[in-house]
Design a protein around this ligand. Structure first.
Ligand code: NDP
Length: 449
């Protein structure tokens, strides 16, 4: 069921579909934002007159390129690289790189589109972009990953710069990949331009808390939601899907705040540990060994691993989908509601399908969209850029404090904007409207560009 849009927004949405055929994820992300803009176009007709919405839906620049590389046996492989520089109204394009076989233009465009509003919500001077490749780092040796990253950067470098475009990590791109990418950038340009990539190692320009930032930020945001109800994480049972960067540090912060995460997952299955997940073991498996999650149950008595199992069938108070797009569907949402889930916070980008989101809204489950709830990662990337610009390195405590302040500000802004536009408690509307208006005002100030 497609939500009823304002007729003018519906017409723009149809144009977006026609101009971008076959890009279902991008269409979904656009429709999600348009669903919140009905009141905005009534209150601010200038955004229609100036065609701000049409302009925001058209990336400023899209780069698609060939990435040839050789594996350890000498066989040549060809992947496709992408960088979509979506919107620079608020600052240089900023957004991660994703290496995953499912990557194609639509995935990068949906992520880049969401990034525009997310970055606006952080209050930092950063525009929106996203990139990546259909390369699969899984099962590849370090040397293979290095050769791929070097080939990828050999084209990408000419589009980057501290004041132009600053990528970071995402699925399949962590500290190892950022290292190889930065090394090649430095080699080609002969410039030690620290602020051209974020998520760097701590010895060479990285920021403390960047690794933890998305997961921690998500939990800080949900903590603010709990405070609205006079509650806290104390004693709350949580589910966190995925077991990558976002999931691991969301689990860590939930545990620090007194909650208990009983399950996490990967693309093959789910681990359930009723006593609460053993985070040290999880980190060892995922960060050190780079092994599959199933190993957890081999070494940890009392935990069960179910191959292909569905994490959303497990009863919980709070669900934090932190794996990938459209991982939580209508039937999952119905099951979560039936089992008493009261809060959903999106750690991943667009993990909840539109049908599932409606189930949560109908059941009055408090729902935090990824644009707001997972903005802590990019916000801390902007803090990394600040430290690079001032040749400074902040302490863990100071950086975490800044992150917590930013998440609290995003919560307040989305909460108050939802109220101002007549939909109290609707964080989706709050995030979309607050992010959109900030970008729209800057675009209007710049004239027709
Ligand atoms: P990682 O690559 O570190 O981890 C992704 C995790 O999700 C892996 O455990 C992966 O398992 C799992 N996964 C993938 N597909 C599925 C599936 N269908 N069902 C269950 N688990 C699955 O990525 P990140 O943690 O960095 O990113 C996760 C999400 O968060 C993405 O949507 C990303 O865009 C978003 N995000 C990330 C930010 C960051 O700072 N890293 C910032 C903001 C958003 P497997 O190993 O089997 O593939």
């Amino acid at each position: 069921m497609t939500p009823q849009l304002d007729p003018q927004l519906e017409s723009i949405y149809q144009q977006v579909i026609q101009r971008n055929p076959g890009e279902s994820e991008f269409h979904q992300a656009v429709l999600e934002v348009f669903g919140s803009l009905g009141q905005v176009v009534k209150k601010h007709p200038d955004v229609l007159e100036n065609k701000i919405i049409e302009r925001i839906c058209e990336p400023e620049r899209q780069i698609i390129f060939r990435v040839p590389w050789q594996d350890d046996k000498g066989e040549v492989h060809i992947n496709r690289g992408f960088r979509v520089e979506f919107n620079s109204a608020l600052g240089p394009y900023k957004g991660g790189l994703r290496f995953h076989p499912s990557v194609y233009l639509s995935v990068i465009k949906f992520l880049g589109f969401e990034q525009i509003f997310k970055n606006a919500l952080t209050g930092m001077p950063i525009g929106g972009g996203k990139g990546g490749s259909d390369f699969d780092p899984k099962g590849r040796s370090d040397s293979e990953v290095m050769r791929f990253c070097q080939s990828f950067m050999t084209e990408l470098y000419r589009h980057l710069g501290e004041y132009t475009d600053v990528p970071a990590g995402d699925i399949g791109v962590g500290g190892r990949e950022i290292g190889y990418l930065f090394g090649q950038y430095k080699r080609i340009t002969n410039r030690y331009e620290s602020a051209v990539l974020t998520g760097k190692g701590l010895d060479w320009g990285g920021s403390l808390v960047r690794k933890e930032a998305t997961g921690y930020g998500l939990v800080f945001f949900v903590e603010e939601m709990l405070k609205v109800e006079g509650q806290s994480f104390d004693g709350k049972k949580c589910l966190v899907s995925g077991s990558g960067n976002v999931a691991i540090y969301a689990i860590e912060k939930v545990h620090q705040l007194g909650g208990k995460v009983v399950a996490c997952s990967d693309s093959a299955g789910t681990i359930y540990d009723q006593n609460g997940l053993d985070l040290d073991l999880l980190k060892e498996i995922k960060e050190v060994q780079r092994a599959r999650l199933s190993v957890y149950a081999d070494t940890h008595k009392g935990a069960t691993y179910s191959e292909g199992g569905n994490i959303w069938d497990i009863p919980c108070d709070i669900a934090l989908p932190s794996a990938t797009q459209n991982e939580l569907g209508e039937a999952d949402a119905t099951e979560l509601v039936k089992n008493g889930c009261k809060i959903v916070g999106e750690g991943a980008n667009m993990p909840t399908t539109p049908e599932a989101t409606r189930v949560f809204q109908m059941a009055n489950v408090a729902f935090a969209p990824g644009k707001a709830a997972n903005a802590g990662g990019v916000a801390t990337s902007a803090l990394e850029m600040q430290q690079n610009a001032s040749r400074d390195a902040w302490s863990f405590e100071h950086t975490e404090e800044r992150l917590a302040e930013i998440m609290s500000h995003i919560h307040r802004n989305t909460f108050e904007t939802a109220e101002e536009f007549g939909t109290p408690g609707n964080y989706i509307n709050g995030a979309n409207i607050a992010g959109f208006l900030k970008v729209a005002r800057a675009m209007e100030a710049f004239g027709v560009v």
